[in-house]
Design a protein around this ligand. Structure first.
Ligand SMILES: C[S@@+](CC[C@H](N)C(=O)[O-])C[C@H]1O[C@@H](n2cnc3c(N)ncnc32)[C@H](O)[C@@H]1O
Length: 547
C-alpha cells in the first residue's frame, strides 16, 4: 500500500487475495432468506477499549481455533469460487456456502461476512467466550433480535504462519462513515509495507502507528523484542488483543511519532503512518495526521536517525506533495538528505488531486454513495480538499516506500527511483540486496572493479528492438532485465552487450575488456572508461553479481 496506490475497492481496503470477505449489501436474489445483512449507519460498538479483559481474549481465541477458523479452514469451507467472489466484493456465494451453520460457517458469517445471526446459534459457536462477555467486551452487538460482530476478527496467513487479527469493521461492512478512532485492518498499504521490510534477525524493532498490530506480528518472527506505538488508545487495545490471540508479547506505548521511545534506539523501525495529505484536519486517526500537507511523513523521515542504532534500518510508507513545475525527487530528496542515512526511495505512483480525494472519501465511507449518506456534505468535503490542493499548487500526490539505513561514514548514498511497473514491488529481499550491492560498488575503485570476477545473474534476459532498413534489420535498442527486480533494467550499447555476454564469473572483468578492445582495435583504457559506469549500475541493480 501502499504505499502503493491502494488496489482494493477502498483505499485502505484489503487486496483481493488477502481479504477473505468483503461484506456488502446482499444481492437482491440472495438465495439465503434467513440472513440479515443491512447497512448500519453508525458503528455502535462500545466506545471504551474493546477486548480489555485478557481472559475473554483467551477464551475467544480458543473458540475460534476449536472451530478451525483459520485462513486455510475458511478458504476450504467457502471453496475457490465463493472465495474468489469475495475478493470481488460479491457476498452471496459465500453466504450460500455457509448456510449449514456449522461452527466454522457461523463464525465466518459473523466475523467475515458481517451477517447477523440468531442468539442460540451464536451461543453454540462461542461456548467458552459466552455471549454476555462478548457483548460486554465489544466483540458482538445486538441487531434487533439478533447478534452481529462489532469487530473484524479474521485469520491472516503470512510467512507460512497463521494469525488472528482484530480490527474495526471497515466501511464495506458498515456503510456510512467509520468512527473517528477507527482501527484499520490489514489493507493494501499494510501488505506493501510488510513485504518491503528486510526480514533479517534483529535485536530491537519498533512499529510506529501499529493500528491492529499487523506489522508487529511480522516483526515478532525475527526481532528479539517489539515496541509498538500508536496515538489511538483504541488501536492499542485492539493491538493488545491481536498480540494475545497469537501468543505474542509486544511493548505497547501510547504517543505520537518518536515521543514514546525518546532516548532509545532500534535495529529496525517500520511505519505505515496516517499519510493522507490534506489541510491538516483530523477527522480519522488512521488516515489524518492533523498536520498540514505531508508534514507527518516529512517529520517521521527527518527525525528517524537518533532512533536507529548504527547500521539500523527504517522502512516507511509515505505520500508526498508534488507541486507544479517541480520533480518529486527534489522534495523527498531533501527529507532523506537531512537524515544523513543511506536511502532508497521508490515512488510507485502519482495520483492526481481529484483521484486522490475521491479515493479517500470512499475509503472512509464519506463519498455520499452509501445508503442514507449525506451527498451534499460529500461534495463540500471534496471541494474543500481540492481547494487546498489548488492553493498549494499541487499537481499530484506521490506514493511510495522509503528505506533508510543509518550510515555513520559521513557520506550517505541516496537513490530515488520512479518504478511504476507491475511486478516491480519493493520486497525486503530486494531492498537488502540493493543496499548491499550499492555499498559493494561504492567501496570499489575502477581498478578494483576491473579486477573482480562478475557473473550475469541467471534470471537476466536480453530484450532487443530492431528497425528494418536498406540493409535488413538494425538493432536500435538493447536492454537487459532481471524479471521481478524493481528497477532491474539497463540499456546497453553493442560494447556493453558483448562484454556482459562474457561475464560468467570465471575471469576478471579487465580480461574481457582487453579481449574486446583487441578484437575491435580500441584502446582498453578508453573502453573501460566507457563501460564501467554501466557495469556499476548493473551490479547495483542485481543484473551482474560478484562471483
Ligand atoms: C495507516 S494506519 C497503520 C496501521 C498498521 N500499522 C498497518 O500497517 O496497517 C496508521 C496508524 O497510525 C496511528 N497514528 C496516527 N497518528 C500517529 C502519530 N502521530 N504517531 C503514531 N501513530 C499515529 C493511527 O492511529 C493508526 O493506527
Amino acid at each position: 500500500m501502499p504505499p502503493d496506490w491502494p488496489r482494493g475497492r477502498t483505499a485502505s481496503g484489503r487486496p483481493a487475495d488477502q481479504r477473505l470477505a468483503s461484506p456488502v449489501e446482499p444481492a437482491p436474489d440472495d438465495t439465503d432468506a434467513a440472513v440479515t445483512v443491512r447497512p448500519v449507519m453508525e458503528n455502535r460498538a462500545p466506545s471504551g477499549r474493546p477486548l480489555s479483559d485478557p481472559g475473554v481474549v483467551d477464551r475467544l481465541g480458543a473458540d475460534l481455533r476449536a472451530a478451525g477458523y483459520s485462513a486455510d479452514g475458511v478458504t476450504a469451507l467457502l471453496g475457490d469460487s465463493a472465495h474468489r467472489a469475495l475478493g470481488r466484493g460479491e457476498l452471496a456465494p459465500a453466504l450460500r456456502a455457509t448456510r449449514d451453520r456449522s461452527r466454522l460457517a457461523t463464525l465466518t458469517r459473523l466475523f467475515l461476512l458481517g451477517a447477523a445471526e440468531d442468539e442460540p446459534v451464536v451461543r453454540r459457536v462461542l461456548p467458552r467466550t459466552g455471549v454476555a462477555d462478548a457483548l460486554a467486551q465489544g466483540v458482538l452487538e445486538r441487531d434487533g433480535g439478533r447478534l452481529r460482530a462489532a469487530l473484524d476478527i479474521r485469520p491472516y496467513g503470512a510467512d507460512a504462519e497463521e494469525f488472528l487479527l482484530v480490527s474495526d469493521l471497515d466501511s464495506d461492512t458498515r456503510p456510512g462513515p467509520v468512527r473517528r478512532d477507527h482501527v484499520l485492518g490489514v489493507g493494501a498499504a499494510s501488505i506493501t509495507l510488510a513485504r518491503a521490510v528486510i526480514r533479517e534477525p534483529v535485536d530491537r524493532a519498533l512499529d510506529i502507528g501499529t493500528g491492529c498490530g499487523v506489522q508487529s506480528l511480522h516483526l515478532a518472527s525475527h526481532a528479539g523484542s517489539v515496541v509498538a506505538t500508536d496515538t489511538n488508545p483504541r488501536a492499542l487495545a485492539l493491538a493488545a488483543a491481536t498480540a494475545r490471540l497469537n501468543g505474542q508479547q509486544w511493548d505497547l506505548r501510547e504517543g505520537s511519532m518518536y515521543e514514546p521511545v525518546a532516548g532509545e534506539a532500534f535495529d529496525l523501525i517500520v511505519c505505515n503512518p496516517p499519510f493522507v495529505i490534506g489541510a491538516g484536519e483530523m477527522r480519522f486517526s488512521y488516515r489524518d495526521s492533523g498536520l498540514a500537507g505531508d508534514g507527518l511523513c516529512q517529520a517521521l523521515v527527518e527525525g528517524i536517525r537518533p532512533y536507529l542504532r548504527p547500521g539500523g534500518t527504517g522502512h516507511l510508507l509515505a505520500n508526498w506533495i508534488v507541486r507544479e513545475d517541480t520533480d518529486w525527487r527534489e522534495r523527498v530528496g531533501e527529507w532523506v538528505a537531512r537524515t544523513g542515512c543511506d536511502a532508497w526511495v521508490v515512488q510507485r505512483e502519482m495520483a492526481d488531486p481529484a483521484e486522490y480525494v475521491g479515493l479517500w472519501l470512499t475509503d472512509a465511507g464519506e463519498d455520499g454513495k452509501s445508503a442514507g449518506a449525506d451527498a451534499e456534505r460529500a461534495v463540500t468535503l471534496a471541494q474543500n480538499w481540492l481547494d487546498y490542493f489548488a492553493a498549494e499548487r499541487v499537481k499530484g500526490i506521490g506514493m511510495g516506500t522509503i528505506t533508510l539505513r543509518r550510515n555513520d561514514s559521513g557520506s550517505p548514498s541516496v537513490t530515488l527511483d520512479e518504478l511504476t511497473g507491475a511486478g516491480e514491488d519493493v520486497t525486503g529481499a530486494e531492498a537488502a540486496g540493493f543496499l548491499r550491492r550499492r555499498a559493494w560498488t561504492e567501496q570499489r575503485t575502477d581498478a578494483q572493479l576491473l579486477a573482480s570476477r562478475l557473473a550475469l545473474c541467471p534470471a537476466v534476459i536480453l530484450e532487443q528492438r530492431s528497425l528494418l532498413g536498406h540493409e535488413g534489420w538494425t538493432t536500435v535498442l538493447r536492454m537487459i532485465r532481471r524479471q521481478g527486480g524493481p528497477g532491474a533494467t539497463l540499456q546497453l550499447d553493442q560494447w556493453g552487450q558483448s562484454l556482459l555476454a562474457g561475464c560468467s564469473g570465471t575471469v576478471p572483468l579487465q580480461v574481457l575488456v582487453d579481449l574486446l578492445a583487441t578484437a575491435h582495435g580500441l584502446s582498453p583504457e578508453a573502453l573501460a572508461a566507457a563501460v564501467l559506469p554501466s557495469i556499476r549500475v548493473a551490479v547495483i541493480r542485481g543484473l551482474l553479481e560478484p562471483a
